[in-house]
Design a protein around this ligand. Structure first.
Ligand code: NAG
Ligand code: NAG
Ligand code: NAG
Ligand code: NAG
Ligand code: NAG
Ligand code: NAG
Length: 523
């Protein structure tokens, strides 16, 4: 027997050595760069200052105009991005540990099946730098020693977005940063520092990682997650005086009262107090300024990829975790609301075989990113637990888009504290994020689910309308409905006059979506 086995082995070795070089020169898995910003809206011009990103990514690829998030809040949305699952499926309902934001339970049950773990299985070299989940790195979440599975290079910000004076976990070791603009600005660019100093931050770290990549190394996945343009909205020194006269947009629902909306919106003061207007305008300018550093980072990444001859085989994906408002329906400034400005974000994708210069109007979501990355990396099918769908069918203009979903779900669980310092009228009222006029952005019963549905076409020339229908979990079962085609600013709440039998159809759909998982979410 032995010589026979031996001969088969030799035969196999011959076959393998003949095949391996041919296969490997013919196809190399694509690299993927994913740049995620924090709180960047798309409805109020949040993308406008990022002209380089528009040129280098959007115009060279696809702009998705109707990109939604599963929740208008950082940690739930980010948890959805990582797992490819709706909020009700992955369980991270708010920004607290008790709401499973980076909780040990979430790490044990969800993080172990997040998309980076599959990329590792596909032979990818993986890199993360920036804000992860709001509770990441805190003692109860495992401290800086906790490096989420699937990441080779790990540069994770402890806690929520900051620009200076923060802690990082660098491969599980604490690195303390102060406020030297030259070395500590978290988003910052490489500028003229070469070789990069040891204290380099997101962009500089990314640069060091990319310097090691070439067309013979393993394919890589790089996720860059900036604090911009989240509060405290600190621009880099070189941009602190840009846009001196720019003000928040005054169109649409700016400074209008949401008289037919949920009570939380109705507590807003209209017209907006002058000091609120002033502070919103300042926040608006500073958000744009912080984004200029992100735009520089994108340019830097693209330049490096080009120099290293890697650009053609690299997908670049740009998005944000949730939107933002500044004075819409007279609400001061924050997210957490069900309107388009808070639940829609930018999405642009360029890469191999992505037809350039297209705008897609189909409704897509943050839960679709994980399945998309996995298809890019060659995984034969989306893992069954993921609720999202790969966006690859949109990449080629030739493919006749077989998009298997007309309904998406947005879920928010209102955050609250028992008392509100400085607002005695809200004692024991369970409100949150109140400003100096005691106008609050959240409350225990600002808890809702919305379906956003493209209804069936009336005729081939008349596509179905896009409708948003929302149900609050408060003690009046408050409902809101908007026709997004006819009323893009969501002025008129159609639920007020909708007959009960028509309401029932939407309420049944919400009930189905709130319990959906994997396939059953694709309706
Ligand atoms: C968070 O995880 C715990 C398990 O520790 C689970 O029982 C709980 O339902 C989760 N919380 C939420 C709000 O989903
Ligand atoms: C982090 O870990 C990766 C993978 O082991 C390694 O290549 C890299 O040099 C490490 N980075 C730092 C800053 O220690
Ligand atoms: C901003 O406004 C001031 C005062 O109205 C004016 O002097 C200045 O030229 C404006 N700056 C820009 C860049 O438009
Ligand atoms: C607020 O600003 C407007 C326009 O600048 C001004 O007419 C009004 O008097 C101001 N209101 C207060 C209370 O200062
Ligand atoms: C691009 O399309 C070509 C032709 O269909 C295919 O061979 C190649 O694998 C594709 N590249 C990627 C990265 O999908
Ligand atoms: C987050 O959700 C958990 C679980 O529902 C809840 O106990 C906690 O109070 C919430 N945190 C805030 C700030 O609302």
């Amino acid at each position: 027997m032995a010589p026979y086995v031996f001969r088969i082995r030799i035969l196999w070795i011959t076959v393998l050595t003949l095949f391996i070089p041919v296969v490997s020169t013919k196809y190399r898995k694509p690299n993927i760069v994913f740049l995620l910003t924090d709180d960047q809206d798309v409805k109020l011009g949040g993308q406008t200052p990022m002209t380089k990103t528009k040129n280098l990514v959007g115009d060279k690829g696809i702009i998705f105009e109707n990109m939604y998030v599963s929740a208008p809040l950082c940690c739930p949305s980010r948890s959805s991005i990582l797992t490819g699952k709706y909020v009700h499926s992955n369980g991270a309902v708010n920004n607290s540990l008790t709401g499973n934001c980076s909780s040990p339970y979430w790490q044990r049950t969800q993080e172990v099946k997040a998309f980076p773990t599959y990329l590792k299985g596909q032979g990818y070299s993986t890199f993360f730098a920036g804000k992860y989940l709001n509770q990441y790195g805190t003692p109860m979440a495992g401290g800086v020693q906790h490096v989420p599975p699937g990441w080779d290079w790990w540069i994770g910000l402890v806690g929520n977005s900051k620009y200076y004076n923060y802690h990082l976990s660098v491969n599980g070791t604490l690195e303390v940063h102060k406020d030297d603009p030259k070395t500590d600005y978290l988003t910052d660019v490489i500028v003229s520092q070469s070789p990069p100093p040891l204290t380099d931050v997101i962009n500089r770290r990314a640069t060091s990682f990319l310097s090691l990549q070439n067309s013979d190394s393993a394919p890589f996945f790089m996720m860059l997650s900036t604090p911009a343009c989240h509060g405290p909205f600190t621009p880099a020194p070189k941009y602190q005086n840009n846009f001196p006269n720019k003000t928040a947009p005054r169109d649409g629902s700016y400074n209008k009262h949401g008289h037919d909306k949920h009570w939380l919106i109705q507590q807003a003061i209209t017209p907006l107090p002058n000091d609120t207007v002033k502070s919103e305008d300042q926040v608006f300018r500073n958000r744009w300024r912080t984004l200029l550093s992100v735009d520089d980072m994108m340019e830097n990444i693209v330049n490096i990829l080009q120099t290293k001859n890697l650009l053609e085989n690299t997908y670049i994906v740009f998005s944000s975790d949730n939107g933002f408002h500044l004075g819409q329906f007279s609400m001061p400034s924050d997210k957490r609301q069900l309107y388009e400005f808070d639940v829609r974000v930018p999405l642009m994708i360029r890469g191999p075989n992505v037809t350039a210069g297209r705008v897609v109007k189909e409704q897509v979501m943050n839960i679709d990113l994980a399945p998309t990355f996995l298809e890019m990396a060659g995984l034969p099918s989306t893992p069954g637990q993921m609720d999202g769908l790969s966006l690859a069918p949109f990449f080629s203009s030739a493919s006749n888009q077989t998009w298997g979903r007309s309904t998406i779900l947005v879920e928010h669980q209102g955050e609250y504290h028992e008392n509100t310092p400085g607002c005695p009228q809200f004692r024991r009222q369970n409100m949150a994020n109140c400003n100096n006029h005691c106008v609050c952005e959240d409350s225990w019963n600002n808890t809702y689910s919305c379906v956003i549905k493209r209804e069936s076409a009336v005729s081939p020339s008349q596509p179905g309308r896009r409708v948003k229908y929302c149900l609050f979990k408060d003690n009046q079962n408050f409902q809101e409905m908007y026709n997004l085609d006819m009323d893009p600013y969501e002025f008129k709440n159609l639920a007020v006059t909708l007959p009960e039998d028509k309401k029932k159809v939407y309420l049944n759909l919400i009930e189905h979506m709130e319990m959906c998982s994997g396939e059953s979410c694709h309706v």
